[in-house]
Design a protein around this ligand. Structure first.
Ligand code: NAD
Length: 284
């Protein structure tokens, strides 16, 4: 992978949750290319291992570790593997997250007729609290719990940094996905809270808010079975002044800038949009 610029992460240990996924797999590779020893944590161990294998094949140091970001025992177990095999964490990327159909309404706008039970229609009133809880927990608690487990060791380490992953819907909620929108708003808010809380112990905390990147977690909403764009995908493109989806590699420059003490040492508590202008555009 071509990284936009090189930063020196020699002797640093990076922990990337959700690292078996599309965006964080790329983050893990970029950090490894800059010399970090990378622990790829994912609930799907086989996906974490695949990313680690690819990094090792190109000369980097990485391990795949099974971890559920919602389970402190699982995170403790993962931490002891990371500590033993790579050393204690310097850079924590809280990337695990996503939406779920159970936290999603079928339509953007409620109409009176929708209240008559219709097959295949999920209105706001039909949303299952467990579905909402799942999405909210995955994104919010899934950011908070790994921080509790890994950040203690980062206290007073030079260059200690946490990057959370927020989203466009943290600024203005997207239609249909109330749980994911609220959860990512909570991630942005928590990023600010944590930056303040950790400021005296030398840990910087920032977040990246990606615009729209085609990955597994959103393909059901954006791609039809025949491979064409859904109406929602077309709407997103229209609302993105640069007129396209992002390429995951286009997040790497922001990641490396936020990780690098020399480049962003006084940047703290921010949420940086990388969105082709989506969040700046009112649509008019
Ligand atoms: P992805 O589905 O490819 O990656 C998410 C990864 O998290 C997967 O590998 C999955 O196995 C893992 N995961 C899920 N639950 C977990 C758990 N309980 N414990 C540990 N790992 C778990 O999705 P992605 O698009 O690469 O998303 C990465 C992050 O970026 C997410 O937080 C997502 O919400 C955010 N994001 C994505 C986009 C986009 O356009 N793709 C936009 C904004 C924000």
């Amino acid at each position: 992978m071509n990284i936009p610029f090189h930063i020196d992460l020699g002797n640093k240990v990076a922990v990337v949750t959700g690292g078996g996924g599309v965006l964080c797999g790329i983050f893990a590779k970029a950090l490894a290319q800059c010399g970090a020893k990378v622990a790829i944590l994912d609930i799907k161990k086989e996906n974490a291992d695949k990313v680690a294998q690819r990094i090792k094949a190109s000369g980097g140091k990485a391990i795949g570790v099974e971890a559920n970001v919602l389970d402190t025992n699982s995170l403790e177990k993962a931490k002891s593997i990371v500590d033993e095999e790579l050393g204690t964490c310097d850079i924590l990327i809280n990337g695990a997250g996503g939406n779920h159909p159970k936290g999603t309404t079928t339509k953007e706008f409620l109409e009176k007729d929708d209240l008559i039970k219709k097959e295949g229609l999920t209105t706001f009133f039909d949303l299952d609290s467990r579905g909402i809880e799942f999405v909210f927990n995955l994104n919010f608690l899934g950011t908070l719990l790994p921080t509790q487990i890994f950040a203690k060791d980062m206290i007073d380490k030079s260059g200690a940094v946490i990057i959370n992953i927020s989203s466009m819907n943290a600024y203005t909620p997207l239609t249909k996905i109330p749980a994911y929108s609220a959860a990512k708003a909570a991630v942005s808010n928590f990023t600010q809270w944590l930056a303040v809380h950790m400021a005296k112990v030398g840990i910087r905390v920032n977040a990246i808010a990606p615009g729209f990147f085609l990955t597994k977690q959103n393909e059901a909403l954006l791609i039809n079975e025949d491979g064409s764009y859904t109406l929602r995908a077309e709407k997103i493109i229209r609302q993105t002044p640069m007129n396209r989806f992002g390429k995951p590699e286009e997040l790497v420059g922001t990641l490396l800038w936020l990780v690098d003490e020399n480049a962003s040492g006084f940047v703290n508590g921010t949420v940086i949009p990388v969105d082709g202008g989506f969040s700046a555009y009112s649509g008019v």
